[in-house]
Design a protein around this ligand. Structure first.
Ligand code: KIV
Length: 302
């Protein structure tokens, strides 16, 4: 029997990432937080979409990820879920949602899966999360690990710095990665670690590594969408390549709109609706002629 070639590449799922690693395929991950951007990212063929708690930095204006709540992740996740068809959809477990016991963590992760439509969850931390990862995997939840720079630890770390720079710290990262793999994680984010260590971890574990600021040796790369599109404020980290400057495109559009309204050129008749002649006659309304409108607008300007 002849099978038709699917028009779109196959749906990505957690186990298929390991197959892609074995085949040496370079997959791509981006964050998204709302319907329009998630549609664009999914339709562009990005393989993994993460509703990250970077939401706190780039959308909610918190300045860091610590205040982000499960309810906030859920609202954004549901919008993204409605848009995504092909990519694997992963939701972040925000700070506080997995710190008060395994039962709470399972309950919260299940909300992301059942209410939010996430196909996997991500949580920060290495060896100290191993028991929790095992438990979540036992409950049929696909878990992505996250080690290296863990932004939820900002109050303890004091600053966002490269992690794993000493031999001991690097060994710890490698052990963390192994432990997460053994616990059943299907992939591990490596955030801001020296590229040599990321490469070593990538060669050590059989599950894919997802690098952000971790060099080209990782199996998959991820960036925060707003950073690479020029929609976030402040200095970009060295690993962010600016692919667009949407902030300046938006500023220009918004400024032109304001100028047009203030100058009386927006809206035009073509951008509004005329009253049908019969109703106008009944109401004894005469349509203003164009000359009188432009005279009015000139008077307003002067
Ligand atoms: O929240 C996020 O966007 C992340 C990525 C940087 C991996 O955790």
């Amino acid at each position: 029997m002849a099978y038709l070639k699917p028009e779109r590449p196959e749906k990505v799922n957690a186990p298929s990432l390991k197959v892609s690693k074995q085949r040496g395929e370079r997959l791509v991950c981006l964050t998204a937080y709302d319907y329009p951007t998630a549609r664009i990212v999914d339709e562009a063929g990005i393989d993994i979409i993460l509703v990250g708690d970077s939401l706190g930095n780039v959308v909610l204006g918190y300045g860091n990820t610590v205040p982000v709540t499960l309810e906030e992740i859920l609202i954004h996740l549901k919008a993204v879920r409605r848009a995504v068809q092909r990519a694997l959809l992963v939701a972040d477990m925000p700070y506080g949602s997995f710190h008060t016991g395994a039962d709470d963590a399972v309950r919260n992760a299940l909300r992301l899966v059942k209410e939010g439509g996430a196909e996997a969850i991500k949580l920060e931390g290495g060896h100290k999360r191993v028991q929790l990862v095992k438990r979540l995997v036992d409950e049929e939840i696909a878990v992505m690990g996250h080690i290296g720079l863990t932004p939820q630890s900002i109050n303890k770390l004091g600053a966002y710095r490269v992690q794993g720079k000493t031999a001991d710290a690097a060994r710890q990262l490698i052990d963390d990665a192994r432990a997460l793999e053994e616990a059943g994680a299907f992939a591990i984010v490596l955030e801001v670690v020296p590229r040599e260590i990321a490469q070593l971890i990538t060669e050590t574990v059989s599950i894919p590594t997802i690098g952000i600021g971790a060099g080209a040796g990782c199996d998959i790369q991820v960036l925060v969408l707003h950073d690479m599109l020029g929609l976030s404020f402040g200095k970009l980290a060295r690993f962010v390549r600016p692919y667009a400057n949407l902030a300046s495109v938006m500023t220009e559009a918004v400024t032109r709109y304001a100028d047009d309204v203030r100058g009386g050129t927006y809206p035009s008749d073509a951008e509004s609706y005329a009253l049908p002649a019969e109703a106008a006659a009944d109401l004894k309304i005469s349509a203003p002629d164009k000359d009188s409108r432009s005279a009015e607008s000139k008077a307003r300007k002067s």
